[in-house]
Design a protein. Structure first.
Ligand code: HEC
Ligand code: HEC
Ligand code: HEC
Length: 134
């Protein structure tokens, strides 16, 4: 008979090598970010008004550009009011508008930015919202 022991060990090593890419990733699986939009400020809005300044799909892709525009319009052009696609008005302010609703910076902005490995430098000057320690 063949050496059963060696064959079994061989099979175990073979299975181990073939599945290596699976288990070698264990413990460092990247979880897709799940930005939380359940702040007190947002939750106190009526359910049908729990929306961003523009459509969520637009915000996902374009919020950096929108923030840039807001800054230019405020600082260069002296404008203060933004009228969105539905005609609703907002004060153009990072701290007073965006961060009033998204007061959970670490569980909102940061979870995405850490995942995408971007570090906006805005907080060098703008004051990030105070968050309660959990
Ligand atoms: C009136 C409260 C409010 C204001 C002000 C506001 N947001 Fe939002 N934002 C929301 C809500 C609520 C959602 C989630 C909407 C949904 O569930 O579709 C959201 C969604 C988003 C998203 C998409 C999140 C995701 O899950 O992909 C981004 C990015 C975002 N906001 C950034 C901003 C920025 C930047 C500003 C300022 C220019 C801002 N928001 C101002 C309430 C607000
Ligand atoms: C749904 C995920 C998501 C959320 C939520 C989010 N961001 Fe972003 N943000 C990104 C991604 C991804 C980039 C990088 C985009 C790129 O480089 O094209 C980015 C880039 C930026 C930039 C430009 C930074 C740079 O160096 O180019 C700014 C400013 C910014 N985000 C502000 C905010 C603020 C403020 C909030 C919270 C109110 C926020 N973002 C919430 C995903 C998100
Ligand atoms: C070097 C300091 C500095 C940095 C860094 C900085 N800002 Fe500003 N920002 C200012 C100053 C000063 C104003 C003018 C404040 C005013 O007129 O009330 C301003 C105004 C703004 C405004 C309009 C007014 C307001 O209250 O928000 C927006 C929007 C803005 N910045 C967004 C950003 C974003 C987004 C970033 C990061 C990509 C950023 N800023 C980084 C200093 C800075």
């Amino acid at each position: 008979m063949y050496n059963g022991g060696k064959i079994i060990i061989g099979i175990i090593i073979f299975v181990g090598l073939v599945t290596f890419p699976l288990w070698s990733n264990m413990g460092k699986i990247e979880v897709k970010p799940d930005p939380k939009t359940d702040t007190a400020e947002i939750m106190k809005l009526p359910e049908n008004e729990r929306v961003c300044v523009e459509a969520t799909t637009f915000m996902k892709k374009e919020h950096m550009q929108l923030l840039n525009d807001w800054r230019d319009w405020v600082v260069r052009d002296g404008e203060t009011i933004y009228v969105n696609a539905t005609g609703k008005e907002y004060t153009m302010s990072l701290q007073k508008t965006c961060m009033k609703c998204h007061s959970n910076k670490t569980k909102f902005c940061d979870v995405c930015h850490n995942y995408a490995d971007v570090k906006p430098y805005c907080w060098d000057c703008h004051i990030a919202p105070k968050e309660k320690e959990i």
